[in-house]
Ligand binder design. Structure first.
Ligand SMILES: Cc1cc2nc3c(=O)[nH]c(=O)nc-3n(C[C@H](O)[C@H](O)[C@H](O)COP(=O)(O)OP(=O)(O)OC[C@H]3O[C@@H](n4cnc5c(N)ncnc54)[C@H](O)[C@@H]3O)c2cc1C
Length: 396
């Protein structure tokens, strides 16, 4: 028997054999999330996207809670206690359906719940985390303001002491889940520096008008947060952190999920293009038989699976407690940029059909325009890496 006869067959879905790195529990979690998305998102997503809405978001959140996808890698308080790799696999499967669904899960788990889990008091954790893990309460994370995005240190939202209470004032912008949230984690200036506040959204003075007319992440709720002298008890502040380190460490956790998620959008677009190339005929043969199409497919496959391998590597580092924020920037910069490129190339393979919502490709490409900007723009991650490489700060 020749050596090659013992080799496993080439698998177009996993050309590098990355699945060999996964154990049965990883595969089971991936299958659960994939089949949930196939049942509950894929049949409806084009319609939601076209209408620019996410109907039944509360029901979807409860279902995501029931499969353990909310606050998935956190421990205790009803959270699944999954590994970072397992959380990443879930993000990939959710974003293969739509970036809006992955955003719902990222903001809930990696931003709002993570902030409370890492920096909250025991009382705050008990009050919010079990209901958030179950999807009974949706959370949002308010950092960005109309005039302060990439430079959140300059934020104007502020909290002042009034006796034992805090009074919170300001505006936040582009807040995912804002108008459906039961609780908002809001970052504000105080006398002691930036602090996080856990704000029940039914407090007088809090409102969250929805932002309309988006051409990206259309199946996701995005809102302003208006904080008009919102009075909060002394216990509303997150006691465990002061300064920008608080929100930045939450963002690092969420960005890690995006490193995986972006590859989900890319995988969906690649698979669509591959199937199309096999079946669409021009000049008397499948377009996949033309060298130019094969070059596109080969390059897409290389970037897709390199990106998944990179995500896996970062996941293992996170599980080992060795993942640096610069490494997360490396992954977010590369994988989102390459995912958009894969979607754009897939779109060309589909020709005119590439612009139709009948296929997922253009939807993924336009979604990724938001993913490219939020959680640190491409330029911010280039500056993070540039600073780490040179030792020189080029932010200002
Ligand atoms: C759909 C969506 C959902 C979002 N969800 C949330 C959320 O849930 N919570 C939240 O807090 N925020 C959220 N955001 C906001 C997002 O994080 C910000 O949009 C992002 O941080 C960029 O800020 P900005 O839009 O104000 O752009 P700006 O900071 O104004 O940047 C504009 C451009 O200038 C570049 N730039 C800025 N400074 C420099 C520099 N020093 N050097 C070089 N280039 C620079 C940027 O890279 C960018 O290209 C969301 C955004 C979107 C689109």
């Amino acid at each position: 028997m020749s050596a090659s006869a013992k080799l496993p067959p080439f698998d177009a879905a996993d050309p590098l054999g990355i699945d060999d790195l996964l154990d049965p529990e990883d595969l089971a979690i991936r299958d659960t999330v994939r089949s949930w998305a196939a049942d509950r998102v894929l049949p409806y997503i084009a319609d939601w996207y076209e209408k620019g809405e996410l109907p039944g978001i509360r029901e979807l959140a409860r279902e995501l809670g029931s499969i353990g996808a909310l606050g998935m890698s956190l421990t205790g308080y009803g959270c699944a206690g999954a590994t970072a790799v397992q959380y990443g696999l879930a993000c990939l499967e959710l974003e293969a359906a739509d970036s809006g669904i992955r955003s719902l899960v990222s903001v809930q788990g990696s931003l709002a719940m993570y902030a409370i889990h890492r920096f909250g008091s025991e009382e705050q954790k008990q009050e919010w985390l079990p209901r958030m893990a179950a999807g009974e309460v949706i959370g949002c994370f308010g950092l960005t303001e109309p005039d302060h995005g990439s430079d959140p240190a300059a934020m104007r939202t502020h909290a002042k002491r009034d006796g034992d209470d805090w009074v919170l004032s300001g505006r936040k912008m582009w807040i995912t889940n804002g108008s459906v949230a039961g609780v908002a984690v809001v970052w504000a200036q105080t006398e002691d520096g930036i602090r996080g506040f856990v704000v029940p959204t039914d407090r007088p003075g809090f409102s969250a008008p929805e932002i309309k007319h988006k051409w990206s992440l259309r199946a996701s709720v995005t809102s302003e947060l208006v904080l008009d002298d919102v009075r909060l008890p002394a216990t509303a502040v997150l006691p465990g952190v002061t300064g920008l380190r608080g929100p930045l460490s939450c963002l690092s956790h969420a960005r890690y999920g995006i490193v995986w998620g972006a590859m989900g959008a890319a995988r969906s677009s690649f698979e669509t293009a591959l199937e199309y190339a096999r079946t669409r005929e021009q000049f008397g043969r499948p377009i996949g038989g033309f060298q130019l199409t094969q070059a596109k497919l080969a390059d897409m496959a290389v970037e897709l699976h390199k990106g998944i391998l990179l995500a896996h590597h970062l996941g293992r580092r996170m599980d080992a407690g060795r993942l640096r924020p610069e490494q997360v920037s490396f992954g977010k910069l590369n994988n989102v940029r390459e995912a958009i490129e894969i979607c754009r190339t897939a779109r060309t393979i589909l020709g005119a059909n590439g612009i139709s919502l009948e296929y997922p490709v253009m939807r993924h490409a336009t979604n990724l325009e938001s993913v490219l900007t939020y959680e640190g723009t491409v330029e911010m991650h280039q500056l993070v890496l540039g600073k780490a490489l040179t030792g020189l700060d080029a932010f200002r």
